[in-house]
Write a protein that binds this ligand. Structure first.
Ligand code: HEC
Ligand code: HEC
Ligand code: HEC
Ligand code: HEC
Ligand code: HEC
Ligand code: HEC
Ligand code: HEC
Ligand code: HEC
Ligand code: HEC
Ligand code: HEC
Length: 328
């Protein structure tokens, strides 16, 4: 619903902006034509202009020096990026006024902007990165979690240590995500789970915090597959005999991705209950009224313990190359 409402609004805004741009262009064109020279000499009350990073260094020496280790140093050095010599102002806006007044009101601080504006300041350069795909519609953007909630710009430990511009170590990432998602972190305290506590993995192994075309910011592995298959490739197939829910409904049909009290992170505490959710052996009436899989044939005597541990026989529960009944 959101999409349908906001898209036309965005288009309308874009159209208006384009209109303004056009008017501005004409205006500039006119003034340039008539009185170009005097305007440059006297410029007291006009809009701020770019003064270059060296000018900032005069008062922000520490930040200026630290910036030499910032990945954004390429913006300062490489001409093709369009900001050579004035990288500070690529994020903070033109600084002439502030350099004179030293007032914080005369300079942009992205951390003090509202989230959408802060994002836009970064996305003017980062928009086309593949990892930012669908950023605008992502749940973080919609909930005002902006770039600067997760990225600190000027804190660089020696040798690019943490916290750097982008958190890289699993421990730092987990801590950051957990600081807002404590219920999820609690799920990782359950007995059967991935090793996030040990920092052998992190939230971004499965999620892209920037955005995704899958639900719940799930990271994609190749094409549009969920990231589970990046590590559990043996579950991908293609199988000659697929188990329908594995491919069609995804891993979370049977597994709790954040951890579970049940072995193998299953959603049910016994395997057979997992299976009987869809393969109920309670007669044709139930089958007609919405049972998904087939009913186990009559040889299955579910009163006998022998038949309760379905995966002892149906070993290839994720799909089989040789057996239709997923037995091997
Ligand atoms: C003449 C000294 C001087 C120069 C030159 C200068 N600044 Fe500042 N700047 C200050 C001072 C002083 C403050 C602290 C203001 C305060 O907190 O009241 C400040 C604060 C800031 C802030 C924080 C504003 C906020 O809202 O918290 C930013 C961002 C900033 N400067 C960026 C720049 C940039 C970019 C340049 C170069 C274009 C620059 N400064 C040049 C003196 C200077
Ligand atoms: C890639 C964008 C970006 C660039 C380039 C950048 N800054 Fe910043 N700056 C920020 C953000 C975002 C903040 C808000 C605090 C934070 O996230 O670290 C900030 C905060 C500041 C502050 C406020 C004090 C503080 O630490 O919070 C000053 C002063 C400042 N920047 C100066 C500079 C100077 C000088 C340069 C150039 C050497 C520069 N910035 C380059 C994004 C940038
Ligand atoms: C003027 C263009 C520009 C702006 C504005 C800009 N960036 Fe960047 N950013 C870059 C470039 C260029 C790199 C280096 C990319 C590379 O290494 O290929 C970079 C790198 C990064 C990295 C990656 C660091 C790493 O370790 O790989 C992060 C994170 C980042 N920027 C965040 C931000 C945030 C947050 C903002 C807004 C506050 C921002 N950027 C604004 C151009 C920009
Ligand atoms: C919810 C936290 C969060 C938000 C919000 C966020 N990032 Fe990130 N970002 C991360 C983490 C964590 C990483 C490290 C990812 C990794 O190592 O795979 C990262 C990595 C990056 C990188 C490094 C290259 C890459 O794609 O892995 C860039 C560039 C970047 N972010 C830019 C941005 C920009 C621009 C925004 C705002 C539009 C933003 N991020 C918003 C958490 C966040
Ligand atoms: C093994 C992969 C995996 C890891 C690691 C993981 N997640 Fe998830 N997460 C998922 C999947 C899959 C879903 C989607 C579940 C669904 O569709 O209901 C999800 C859903 C979510 C949701 C949506 C609400 C919910 O609970 O369903 C949040 C929030 C979330 N994850 C945050 C995190 C955070 C924070 C971390 C790190 C502490 C993390 N996740 C680690 C796979 C993972
Ligand atoms: C500054 C707080 C904050 C941080 C840090 C943060 N998140 Fe979130 N996240 C939110 C909010 C707010 C929402 C939306 C409300 C909700 O679903 O809880 C959200 C939602 C999500 C969702 C649910 C998506 C959906 O469609 O329901 C996932 C997944 C998620 N975040 C993953 C992460 C990961 C991974 C990290 C670390 C890289 C992270 N978050 C860091 C605040 C944060
Ligand atoms: C970054 C790699 C990685 C990703 C991504 C990943 N896993 Fe795992 N998974 C592992 C490793 C390594 C183990 C076994 C080691 C351990 O105990 O943590 C494991 C174990 C498991 C187990 C068995 C747990 C047990 O108790 O024996 C299940 C089930 C599982 N993963 C499901 C999933 C699902 C579902 C997803 C996607 C939502 C997923 N995994 C994503 C690496 C990954
Ligand atoms: C129809 C339910 C179901 C679905 C869907 C499912 N699994 Fe499983 N999975 C199981 C069961 C049951 C077990 C335990 C098997 C046993 O008892 O040995 C298991 C075990 C596992 C294990 C640990 C043992 C092993 O074989 O390596 C991993 C890892 C795993 N599943 C990953 C996945 C991934 C990844 C997906 C999604 C592609 C997925 N599963 C989808 C039911 C399912
Ligand atoms: C989410 C529902 C669901 C769950 C849970 C589930 N299955 Fe299935 N299963 C299906 C569907 C749907 C089919 C395909 C039925 C068809 O093609 O007629 C199927 C097919 C099968 C087949 C092949 C039968 C055939 O007709 O091709 C076997 C064997 C099987 N499942 C065993 C299991 C076992 C063992 C478990 C528990 C580990 C399990 N299933 C869990 C839905 C499920
Ligand atoms: C002792 C071994 C064994 C156990 C335990 C077992 N099965 Fe079976 N199952 C079989 C065999 C053998 C077949 C194949 C029968 C045939 O080909 O007619 C079969 C067939 C099936 C089929 C139909 C497959 C088809 O091709 O149509 C389903 C569905 C099924 N089992 C589900 C289950 C469920 C659910 C459980 C656990 C409650 C379970 N089975 C436990 C041995 C077992």
């Amino acid at each position: 619903m959101n999409v349908q409402v906001t898209l036309p609004v965005a288009l309308e805004k874009a159209r208006r902006a384009a209109g303004l741009f056009l008017i501005g262009g004409i205006f500039l064109f006119c003034t340039n034509g008539s009185a170009a020279k005097p305007a440059e000499e006297a410029k007291p009350a006009g809009p701020a202009t770019y003064v270059g990073s060296e000018a900032c260094a005069a008062c922000h020496d520490d930040l200026f020096k630290a910036f030499a280790r910032n990945p954004h140093q390429v913006v300062e050095k490489v001409k093709a990026r369009g900001w050579q010599g004035k990288a500070c102002e690529s994020c903070h806006g033109p600084g002439s006024k502030h350099a004179e007044s030293v007032s914080p009101d005369d300079i942009i601080n992205p951390a003090k902007l509202d989230a959408a504006k802060a994002d836009r300041a970064c996305l003017k350069c980062h928009l086309n990165q593949p990892s930012q795909a669908n950023r605008i519609l992502s749940v973080h953007a919609r909930n005002d979690v902006s770039c600067v909630s997760c990225h600190t710009m000027h804190k660089h430990g020696p040798g690019g240590g943490e916290p750097g511009l982008a958190p890289r170590k699993a421990a730092v990432i987990n801590q950051q995500c957990a600081s807002c998602h404590s219920p999820v972190w609690a799920e990782f305290q359950r007995p059967h789970r991935h090793k996030l506590n040990e920092n052998a993995m992190s939230c971004v192994d499965c999620h892209n915090p920037h955005g995704s075309f899958l639900p719940k910011l799930q990271k994609t592995a190749s094409a549009n597959e969920a990231s589970c298959l990046k590590c559990h490739g043996d579950k991908r197939g293609p199988f000659v005999f697929e188990h329908a829910p594995v491919r069609l409904e995804g891993c979370k049909t049977c597994h709790e991705p954040h951890g579970s009290a049940n072995p193998k992170m299953l959603t049910r505490h016994e395997v057979r209950f997992q299976c009987l959710e869809c393969h109920a052996n309670v007669g044709a009436a139930a089958a007609r009224s919405g049972t998904l899989g087939g009913v186990p044939p009559a040889i299955h005597d579910l009163r006998s313990p022998r038949f309760r541990n379905c995966t002892v026989c149906h070993m290839k529960v994720h799909g089989s190359q040789v057996n239709r009944a997923l037995l091997r």
